[in-house]
Design a binder for this molecule. Structure first.
Ligand code: OGA
Ligand code: NI
Length: 347
């Protein structure tokens, strides 16, 4: 099996424990309460899950099973192709949507390959990280030729997952004491995208990770995972990494950095990672709900006051994303841009 490419090796303190010891698991929320009238209870449960975990699972979410089965089958067919076929839709600095097999998280290479597809095609975003530069650019999707129905299947999935994401955004708004539609305006011209993740079996699961520890930068992530498992969440209560056990057809929801900023730290964006598996390949499909490029992200006025002053300075989403994208293509000497760079220093 040869030697591991050192680019994949995590430093010792970030390597995974390969035994699962703790049963403390993220909450499961049943969205059928939306139709049974018990919405207040549902909103309270969601608020509690966001505060205590930053992560929860949803069941009875309304995404039709056959739509999920179709995207699962299509993504398997795509990733099953030769590397040369997949690289026909390879992403680069000029075309940031597409196939990528050497992503780095915190400067260590992830044991995975991905295909990114924006939900708005083209996606409109700042051309450069320079705050003075007002120029915009468009990211066009790169559609694989195979499987032939790929585009249709992906679009069908995107429509369904978007509905679920906006429903959750509404429930989260309510749980913060805001109107249900308070946050929707930020998503006119959204920069959201769907990532198809393929984690091949990894002969060195004690050294490498499927995805290194990170927080999601957007507002919300709505993730479908297959039955293999491997996602781990850093539990807020004690800082332990706990596994997120797959429940068939459930979605995993997590609060991203933007909701942390909007809520002025009430709901924190929590670190997570994916442990590699030596035997089985794994597939997952996150939908990253991202606002429009022109949105300036800052704590919401309704959620701050004299006793609870804003903990973050405003930042522009388009510039934030442009900075991230630029650094995505090579190993960096410095840390990626993060929301803590905008934190107001405490006196
Ligand atoms: C991500 C992520 C988790 C998973 O892509 O940001 O955290 O289970 N993925 O694939
Ligand atoms: Ni993530």
């Amino acid at each position: 099996m040869g030697e591991i490419d050192p680019a994949f090796i995590q430093s010792i303190e970030h390597r995974p424990k390969l035994t699962v010891t703790d049963p403390g698991e993220i909450p499961v929320i049943d969205l059928s309460a939306l139709h049974s009238g018990a919405v207040d209870l549902l909103v309270a449960d969601i608020g509690k899950a966001c505060e205590e975990w930053g992560f929860f699972k949803v069941i009875n979410h309304g995404v039709p099973l056959e739509v999920v089965r179709r995207i699962e089958a299509a993504m398997k067919e795509f990733f099953d192709q030769s590397i040369d076929e997949k690289r026909k839709v390879k992403r680069d600095e000029a075309k940031p949507m597409g196939y990528h097999d050497s992503e780095h998280t915190k400067n260590v290479r992830d044991w995975k390959e991905v295909l990114d597809i924006a939900v708005e095609d083209p996606l409109v975003i700042s051309a450069s990280p320079d705050p003075q530069d007002q120029e915009l650019t468009k990211y066009y999707n790169q559609w694989p030729e195979y499987p032939p129905e790929f585009r249709k299947i992906l679009k069908e999935y995107a429509g369904e997952i978007e509905k679920l994401a906006f429903k959750l955004l509404e429930l989260i708004s309510l749980s913060l004491g805001l109107a249900g539609d308070r946050l929707i305006e930020f998503f006119q011209g959204q920069t959201s995208f769907i990532r198809l993740n393929h984690y091949p079996p990894c002969p060195w699961p004690e050294l490498a990770l499927g995805v290194g520890r990170h927080k999601d930068a957007g507002a919300l992530t709505v993730l479908f995972q297959d039955g293999v498992g491997g996602l781990e969440v850093k539990r807020k209560a004690d800082g332990e990494w706990v596994g997120v056990k797959p429940i068939p057809n459930a979605y995993i929801i997590n609060v991203g950095d933007i909701i942390q900023v909007w809520s002025n730290d009430k709901y924190e964006s929590v670190e997570h990672r994916v442990v590699a598996n030596s035997e089985k390949e794994r597939f997952s499909i996150p939908f990253f709900l991202f606002p429009a490029h022109h949105v300036n992200v800052k704590p919401l006025e309704e959620l701050t006051n004299e006793e609870n002053p804003p903990k973050f300075k405003e930042y522009n989403w388009g510039k934030f994303m442009a900075t991230r994208n630029r650094s995505d293509f090579k190993k960096q000497a410095v840390e990626n841009i993060q929301i803590h760079h905008f934190r107001v220093s405490e006196q």
